[in-house]
Ligand binder design. Structure first.
Ligand code: MN
Length: 390
């Protein structure tokens, strides 16, 4: 078994379908460009049957970023699968991701279907999806709360029907690492090398990253995750955290990903500027305080030798070094530098607009944070583009 772990980003789908996170097609395209730079293996760009916007996002993203694999989500029904297939028509590396709940609680109350009916529908959806694309993923929704015998039966059946990836989500964030790792290990053993086993964890109990790592230890080779950990309710497994655990603790997790970690901070900042909130200040890796040392003893040790209190080099995740506080007395030069650190290369005209908005804000408020600068840049870029008529 290889040590390469695939990063399946669902910021544009699971992340987007949570309060305060809606994105327009144009915003999704902008973020997709950053996710492509970041090196994600798969971008799940939307749920095409859900809305015209989602359909258009999958279509546009799979066309523009044709070297990245793009996934479209579909329930296990003919209409959904056909709509997903249509949205991926011009994709070079399309994936249809079809799902159906398998836990008794979902079967009884939500689907009102028997286990056999669900199994048949899952197989039929995978077979239909395979008529359109070679790469099909099946997700057993609420997999972590599914009877393991039945889960194994469904997993074998969808692979026999042509699925290449079988995802076992902890849809409601209920599982714990040892339990989830054992379940994933069982499915990995059952499927052998016939399919990649994938995980999709939610953070309702704060265990999404830990559960995903336990799963990888047990043989899963795809992690579904989002930037800043956004997603339904408490969110999904945080991409930046799970990747940086594997990088920082390679001694314990000897796995590799295709992520260029130095793009993490800029990607996080761009996402924050598009949606209505940024990561909490103390968020690991991308939070404003993630690399701030306040206590005297810590500062003393840090100044003598960084590694006394710093396990991740901020540069390795793209956090600008020597983070000067920008305020009303900062000049264009410092501002330009910060814009570049945040991943924006501005024209002279754009920088001028940013500078004016920045000084106006700095008049009203002390210490401008990076997220605010990113929002100003986004405004300025669209204002300049409008004047230019593009
Ligand atoms: Mn989810």
């Amino acid at each position: 078994m290889t040590n390469r772990v695939y990063i399946f980003d669902t910021t544009l789908r699971d992340g987007e379908q949570s309060p305060g996170c809606s994105m327009t097609v144009a915003e999704k395209l902008k973020l997709a460009a950053k996710l492509a730079d970041l090196g994600v293996d798969t971008m799940e760009a939307g749920f095409p049957i859900a809305s015209e916007g989602d359909f258009e996002a999958v279509r546009a993203i799979s066309k523009e970023f044709n070297w990245v694999q793009v996934a479209a989500l579909a329930r296990s029904s003919t209409g959904d699968v056909e709509r997903a297939a249509k949205s991926l028509e011009s994709a070079r590396r399309p994936r249809i991701h079809t799902f159906l709940a398998t836990s008794d609680i979902h079967l009884k109350y939500k689907l009102k279907k028997s286990r056999q009916e669900v199994l048949d529908a899952a197989v039929a959806a995978v077979e239909l999806a395979r008529k359109y694309v070679d790469d099909v993923e099946f997700s057993a929704e609420d997999g972590a709360r599914t009877d393991p015998d039945y889960l194994e039966q469904v997993s074998r059946a969808v692979v026999a029907a042509g699925a290449r990836t079988v995802n076992i989500p902890d849809t409601v964030g209920y599982s714990v690492p040892e339990e989830y790792g054992a379940l994933i290990g069982r499915i990995v053993k059952a499927l052998g090398d016939t399919a990649v086993v994938s995980v999709h964890c939610h953070d309702d109990l704060g265990l999404a990253v830990a559960n995903s790592l336990a799963a990888v230890k047990a043989g899963a080779r795809q992690i579904e995750c989002t930037m800043n950990g956004i997603g339904e309710r408490a969110g999904n497994c945080s991409l930046e955290e799970v990747v940086m655990v594997m990088k920082t603790r390679a001694d314990y997790y000897p796995f590799t990903t295709g992520i260029h970690t130095e793009h993490l901070y800029a990607t996080s900042q761009l996402l924050s500027s598009i949606i209505t909130f940024g990561p909490q200040p103390n968020k690991a890796i991308v939070g404003r305080n993630a690399f701030a040392h306040e206590a005297g003893i810590h500062q003393d040790g840090y100044l003598k030798e960084k590694t006394t209190y710093e396990i991740v080099d901020p540069k390795s995740v793209g956090v600008p070094e020597g983070r000067l506080v920008l305020g009303k007395h900062s000049g264009r030069h410092a501002l330009k530098q910060r814009c570049e650190d945040l991943g924006y290369h501005l024209s002279k005209e754009e920088l001028e607009t940013v500078y004016h908005e920045f000084t106006a804000l700095a008049d009203r408020k002390k210490g401008i944070i990076d997220e605010e600068i990113a929002v100003i840049i986004e405004h300025a870029q669209s204002a300049v583009a409008q004047v230019a008529g593009v």
